[in-house]
Each structure stands twice: as C-alpha cells, then as structure tokens.
Design a protein around this ligand. Structure first.
Ligand SMILES: Nc1ncnc2c1ncn2[C@@H]1O[C@H](COP(=O)(O)OP(=O)(O)OP(=O)(O)O)[C@@H](O)[C@H]1O
Ligand SMILES: [Mg+2]
Length: 262
C-alpha cells in the first residue's frame, strides 16, 4: 500500500503530516494476532477515538504508539519519527512530546494533588519548585479543580482524579495526548463531564488527542475521527460521520448494539 491510500483529511497540509502513522503493523502474542496488518493515519490537532470490543487490541495498539512495545512487523511513526530506528535517548525525547492518561490515572498517592501535577515539571523539565507549583495550580484551575491542590488523590472522587491526571498529562505541553479508557468506571454524568472537558481542552490547546475507548456514547460526544478495531484488524477509519454511516456488517454490528436510537 502506498501513501496515496491515506485519506487527505488525515494530513492537513500545514501541519507536517499525521501525528501518528501506522503502516502494516502486526503484533502477536504466541499464535494470537493481537494487531493484524493495521494501517492508519491519525490527524494532528483533532480528537481521534479508537473503538473496539474488549480484547480487540486497543491497549496493545496504544503501547505500540508509545514505544512501550515493539511491533513484529510494519512501521510506527509518531510526530514524523520512525520508532524502530530511534535510539533509546531519541525515544525518551519523543515520549516527552506525548502525554499519557492511564486507565487507573497512575497518580502518586503519597503526593498532594498539586505536587502530582508539578512532578513532571520538576523532574523532567527541571522547572524550579515554586514556579512548577504555580504552573500546576494554573493547570488545576483549567481542568476545573481550583482549591483542591493540597488534597491527596484518595481524598478526591473518580472524576476529580481523572481531572488531576489530565492536568499532569498536559503539564509538559505535549503535542499528542493518549488516553486509555478515560471514562471507564465513571457514572454517566461524570463521564459526560469528562467528555466535555476533553473536548473543551482539545479545542483550546489544538493538541492531538487519541482516545482509546469501548464507549460509543463517549466517542460520539468527543471524536472528530474514529477507528474501529475488531479482532486486531482495523474495520473502519475515517471521520466520525463516515464511520457512523458505514454499511460494513461488522461495523454496524458494533455500533448498532451501542448507539442509542435516533
Ligand atoms: N502481554 C500479553 N501477553 C499475551 N497476550 C496479550 C498480552 N497483551 C494483550 N494480549 C492479548 O491480546 C489481545 C488484545 O488485548 P488488548 O489488551 O490490546 O485488548 P483491548 O482492546 O485493550 O481490551 P479491553 O477493552 O478489555 O481493555 C487479547 O486477546 C489479549 O489477551
Ligand atoms: Mg485495554
């Protein structure tokens, strides 16, 4: 397959190509193909939701994009860099341009909220502590958590912890932010509030967001582009409207079971 198979909408001319480009990527565990010949281009400056049922390979794909896992075949490019040819130092540098929100938030329980958000600023960017705290407090305000900086993560609700994790992921001003199931475990109202926050934050910053989810309601609320994984294969990829109106039987089977009528 040549580059010409990548949709134009995925590569806005002024932004230097897609944020993430996978070409014929495969990842096996034993004789199980977790990711099977996946080619896709995730556009910059948009929200792309990668959907799929449990076990379809979503988290595996995320690990390939972060370079935490290596493909058995194919090429993974992030922000124009081919991961397989990057030396370790180059990979670490590239990872600093990516923010990551883990499903369990991965907050430090022993640190206050503000210190959690300041952590990458102090430890990675070597920002002086007072300045890092000031910036962390501003980030907490931007995610809707003013005044809670001195609490510990276990003194917050699930939705509030998600907001802290988002503030921390944004601290180093990443060009791409990857989210693994940002609304899993949250009630519908809290999920909707987090969706609104992601959408508002992405629009304000213009950063590329890649959101892994099996929650179609959430994808419908936030995504500009949608990919659907089924059994490790990319069954659909395109604008949300394109995918939502797909006539592919497997795509319909996944969407129709979950989309509300109308
Ligand atoms: N480290 C591993 N060793 C062996 N098999 C694995 C490993 N990681 C994932 N798999 C298998 O690969 C397939 C895809 O797993 P993956 O975790 O990517 O799915 P997922 O779409 O994220 O599912 P979920 O929605 O439940 O999180 C599954 O069959 C899983 O059992
Ligand atoms: Mg997963």
């Amino acid at each position: 397959m040549s580059d010409s198979t990548i949709p134009d909408s995925a590569a806005p001319e002024h932004t230097g190509g897609p944020a993430v480009l996978l070409e014929h990527v495969a990842k096996r565990f034993g004789d199980h193909a977790a990711i099977d010949d996946v080619t896709l281009a995730i556009p910059r400056g948009r929200i792309t939701a990668l959907l799929g049922p449990s076990g379809s390979g979503k988290s595996t794909l995320l690990r390939l994009i972060t370079g935490l896992s290596r493909p058995d075949a194919g090429s993974v490019r992030v922000l124009g860099e081919e991961l397989s040819t990057l030396p370790r130092g180059g990979l670490l540098k590239l990872r600093r341009r990516m923010g990551m929100l883990f499903q369990d938030n991965a907050l430090f329980q022993s640190l206050t909220v503000v210190d959690n958000v300041a952590f990458p600023l102090v430890r990675v960017a070597r920002v002086p502590t007072a300045e890092a705290k000031r910036r962390a407090l501003a980030l907490l305000e931007q995610v809707g958590l003013p005044g809670l900086g001195e609490r510990r993560p276990d003194e917050l609700s699930g939705g509030q912890r998600k907001r802290v994790a988002l503030a921390r992921a944004l601290a180093l001003e990443p060009e791409v932010v990857l989210f693994d199931e940002p609304t899993s475990g949250l009630d519908p109202q809290t999920s909707a509030a987090i969706d609104a926050l992601l959408r508002e934050t992405q629009r304000r910053l213009g950063t590329t967001f890649v959101v892994i989810t099996h929650d179609i309601i959430s994808a419908a609320a936030i995504a500009d582009h949608v990919g659907l994984l089924v059994d490790g294969k990319l069954r659909a990829f395109g604008s949300k409207d394109e995918v939502w109106s797909s006539t592919d039987p497997q795509v319909r089977a996944f969407l129709d079971r979950r989309l509300p009528a109308g």
